[in-house]
Structures are given as C-alpha cells and as structure tokens.
Unconditional design. Sequence first.
Lengths: 446, 310
Amino acid sequence: MSRKRISRRRFIAGSVATAAAIAAPHVSTSHAAGSLSLGMWDHWVPGGNKIFDGIAQDWATKEKVNLTIDYLSTQGNKLLLTIAAEAQARSGHDVMDFSAWEPAQYVRHLEPVGDVMKEVLATNGPITEAMQYIGTFTGDWNVVPSTRGSLILPPCTRIDYLKQHAGIDVQAMFPAGKDPTPDAANWTWDAFLLAAEKCHKAGASFGLPLGATTDSLDWVGALFSAYGAALVDAKGNINVKSDEVGQVLEYAKRLFAFLPPDVASWDNASNNKWLLSGKGALIFNPPSTWVVAKRDAPDIAAKLWTHAMPKGPKGRLAPLLPRYQGLWNFSKNKSAAKSLLVHINKPDNIRKIVAGAAGYDIPPYQKLLDYKVWDEQGPPAGTLSHYPNRGDQKNVMPCSPAPPQIASQLYTNAVMPKMIVRIGRGESIDKTLAWAASEIEGYTRQ
Amino acid sequence: MVDATMKSDVAAMRADKRGSLQRTFQRKSTIAFLMTLPLILLIATLVLYPAFYAVHLAMLNKTMERFVGLSNFTFLFKRETFWMVVMQSCIFAITAVFFKAIIGFIVAHLVHNIPDKGQRKWRGMLLVPWVIPPAMSTLAWLWLFDPSYSAFNWILESIGLSGVPWLGDVYWARFCVILVNVWIGAPFFMIMYLAALKSVPDQLYEAAKIDGANWWQTMRFVTIPMMRNIIMITALFSTIVTFANFDIVRVLTRGDPLDQTHVFATWAFRLGIEGGDIPLGASISLFMVPILTVGAIFILRDIVKRGNEA
C-alpha cells in the first residue's frame, strides 16, 4: 500500500480551498450578486423616501445586489414592533433603522460597524459627541449614525408674539444666513422664563409638552442638561438629590405655571397644533411644524422663526433626536450591507438626503453643516437658517451621561417631565425627588 | 391441518383489526375529534404557544439571557407604579363594565319595546359604536378632547364657560377613557340583553300580570332571573376584555398624565416594547391571568350548575 506524501505547500493550498468552499455560500462581497433588505424609517417629509431610494438603488445596480427597501412608519409603532419581532426571531431585514435608544436595547443582536465608521469618519470628519454617546457605548461603533431622520428640536417661535408681548426680536438675534449676533448672549433660560410669563399673560402661552413623548423628553432633557442636572451619572450612580437638580426643578416649577393646563397629556402632535392654531408663541420642534404651516396656515408660517436654544449655566444645548442604521448580526450579507452603509454616508449623498427633505434632516458631522439648504427656506426668508447649530450651540442627548441602558428607561418612562408635572401641581420637591430615586432604582436592575 | 387453522386465525385477526379500525373511525367521538382537529391545532398554534411563550419570557432576566424564576413578579410587587396600575385597571374595568351593563340593560328594554317593524333600524344604528374599529373611533374622540381644537371646549367656551383639560387632568382623563370604553362596549351588552329578553316566554309575563305583579316585581321575579345567565356571561367576557384593553388608553392618553390612566396592557407595552424590557412587560400582562381565571371558573360553574338545575 503506497502512502502519498502531502507537501506543506499543498496542504496549505488545500486547506485554503476547502475553507473558501465552505465559506463561499455565506460570503457575498459587495460585488457579488446577492440580496439585501433594509427596514427603513418612513420619512415624514414627502419625497424623503424617494431620494434615499435613488441613492441606495444606484449602489445596488453598480454592485449587482438585489436590494429591497421597506419603509416602516413610526405611526402605531410599526417600526418599533418590527425591530422587536426581528430581534426575537433572529430573522428579517439585514439592516434596520433605529431611533435614539434602540441600539442600546438591541446591542446583543447588532454587528459591530467600526470598520464602516472608520471609512465614514475619514471622509466626513469628526462626529458630534451626542451621536457618539449611544453609537459607541460598548467601545466600538454598534450602529452607523444616520443623517436621514436625525434632527434637533430648537425653538420655533412666533416672531410677532415674542416682539409684541416680550420685547424680544428673534430675527435680530439670529439673522438669516449669518451667525448669531452678540445680543443672542441674552437669550438665556431666565429670559425664556420671563418671555413665557409675558406671552402667557397675553394669551399666547408657550406650548411645551410634558407627557411621555419624545417632544417632551427632548426639551426637558435639554433644560436639565443646560443646568448640569443629571439624574444618573456616567457610572450609573443615582444622583437625584444634587443642587443642580434642585435648581432646575425650582426653575421648572415657575415655568409650569405659564403653560397651558393640559400639557401633561400632550402628544407629539399637540405642540404643533398649538402653534398652528395661532394660540401659541413658541414650541420646541424640528421644521416639520413650519412645513405643515406653510401648507395649511401660510399666514402663520410666514411669522415663524427657528433659532437657537436658550443658554443655561452649562451652555446652549439643543436636544438631539438621532437615528442610526444597524446591521443585525444574523444578517446573511454583512459585507454588502457594510458597503451600502459607507455609500449612503458619502458627503454627496448626505447633501442629497438633506436637500430632499428640505433641510429637515441634520447631518451629524460639523463639516457638513455648511449646506445652503437651510438659508434658502422661506417664507420668511431664512426661517431655518438657525436650525442647525450655529455659534455656541451644541447638541445634547437627553438623559445623558447615564449609561444608555439606564438612560433609555429614564427616557421611555419620562421621569424628568413627570418630575416637573409633580412639582408644578404642588408636590414638594423632596417628595418628587424621593419618587424619582425610587423609580430610577428600578431601572438599574439587570 | 394446523397450518390451515393458523391461517384462518390470522385472517380472522386481520379482519378483526380492520373491523375495530373501522369501528373506531365510525365512532361519533372519533369523527368529532377529527373534525375539531384543525381548530385544536389552530388554537395550539395561536393561543397555547404564545401563552406558554409569554410565561417563559416572564421568567427571564432583562437581557433575556438568564432564567430568573418569579423574580420579575417580586420586583413588580415592590414598585409603587405597579400597584397604581393595578388600582387603575380595576377602576377602569369595574366602572366601565358596570356602566356598560346598566346602559345596555336600559337600551335593550327600550329597543325591545319598539314595534318589530322599526326595531331593526334602531338595532343597526345602536350597534355602530361597537362595529367601528376602536382605534379609529378613539381617534375621533381624541380630536373631540384635543387641547387646541376640542369641539367640547368650543361649545363650553361659546356659552361663556371655561374649557376643561379633558386629558390633562387626572380625574378628567380617567373619566374620558372610561367614557369611550362605555361608548364602544355598551352596544354589545345591549344586543346580548336584547337576545335574552326576546327568549323570555310571553306566558311568564301573562302569568305575572294575572297574579297582579307590578313593573318592579315582573322585572325582579321574571325578567332578571330569565336573563341571569346571559348577564353573567356578558359581564364576565366584558370584564376580561376590558381588563385587557389597550387601544383606547393607548390612543387617548398613552397612560398620561403621570401614568395615572395606564392599564396593564399599555404599561406592559411601555416597559416591554418601548423600554426594551420584554420579560417585565410579559410579567405585567400575565399578572391578571390567575385572578381572571379563578373568577371565570366560579362564574361558569355557577352558570352550568343552574343550567343543570333547570
């Protein structure tokens, strides 16, 4: 019986060939024909989906990938429920669109995308810290920050009411197409409180929601951050009884008295309707309210101005409501998905996305905030000039710097707005703090 | 000879086997079982599996990686908000079922007294709230209670009264969710009670009349005893469905203000789906199962007992 000797070179070649043969069905490079499915957030701005379709399908044609895109609405929590179902079933789309806290909730099911972000950051420059907070909380990037759907919620103000009732000229402080003037330094949370009081007395209250909705959480989170009031610190320690929290609650108690009586149950549409009804002088919102006003109430739209947040002891902080794209770790075509994620985030494509949504979407890269799209919107001309950060404004993620798993509970359960409603309705600050501490203690459970 | 005997034995056994198989298939219980098998499979897939899966989920830790037994339940029992939700769910379900039953009972009598010719029209119209999908009709109610455009407040303000924070004040908000539930659910009670009323033999009323019974005595000793089983079953089903209600609270208040209109289902959704803590959400939604099961067993046993007595 003759034994055939196998040379080392032949053994290595054979092993590589065998490994390649086994792995071949599971590896689809972006250049191989394969299929990829995306579960994307259904854009509110008409035409927002079409632009994205064009960008993604261009890539698919070039890379010979069979690409399917499903646009899932947040109405009725369709997107949220799809994410939960796919994570449970470990099956579904390859890439999913996530809102603020979902990457933290589903991190176990996500493929790290540090390699994608390395390429994206190399072309787009540094990313805002607020976006990194959730995107990198495990050390590596878990999700890719999205321009599409990411927004901030600065004040959208009735120019005439503020001028008439509070003597504040928002256009003079935040002129169209220019950086804020030195007068903007006077636009503080104290000035805001005074303006809220005067407008309320004149019958045009500020429409600040305090229910368990994102709009409520975002402005309240920005207020807390502007005072340096963190209920939970970055290490997860409960920090409810701090001087900063006491200070912000004293402030909020005074502000609550000047708000409409039913803000505790407002949803995300209530503040928009408040402004559109002509009753409100100011809300915190992305430009969607102005877009709807332009269509349904053009007289009111022509009197609206979006501008920077009031400044607090810790700075001028605008609440960020980010979106991300995540790659499920059970995806069958990870390399193609990563190639697409890089493509979507090329500066030219980001420009198209922002323009296609009439400036609603905000790129998370400071370098890409120089687009003219915001200056070109009107009437009034330049109404969205100060929608993206200008001057000393920075973005903040409400409930940060708490570890995202705890912060997501703080956010979902609307602890901060509830604290304001409690003290606003006469509960003592001590009792409110004790309630908050007890609630948060429950969120730290593993 | 032996061979021949053995062969005939085997043939007889085979024939016997065929016969017994045939008999089995001809048995009414077998046929009934086979005919219900698709339904049994359907229930097993769509009811039993999800139910057991929910129990399994309720016994996992927050990240769903570890079995923790009943600790999700013991955690909930220590939460102030949980007991508030228990209380609210009870207020919501008991009040809503009570008013649905009262309104259904009164309207059923009113409709019963309408001449047959016009009755169908009224029955159809009165069933409309129950037929419209609740999420849609609740949306219409939401607009009626809307802070900026409330039609109710517009009417109040137009007659010189001040508007009501329908969904912003705790008590008004609770009133609103119960009101909408009663509006949607009362027609179901009405139609069930109407069917029960129609099945009461006229002779009983005639006998009561001959005996000189007044309206109240006729109601107490004839109508209500004859309707009792339907009243109990309707109340039981409605209580279960009302305890499990989701859409009305979700659309109208989402549990606001200050979580004080949450019921089990909406709070479970808030913590489980929105908050990403599926095991805790499953525990909340399972909390009422044993209590409602015990209630259902007692009521159904009582109904069966009275059925046997009759």
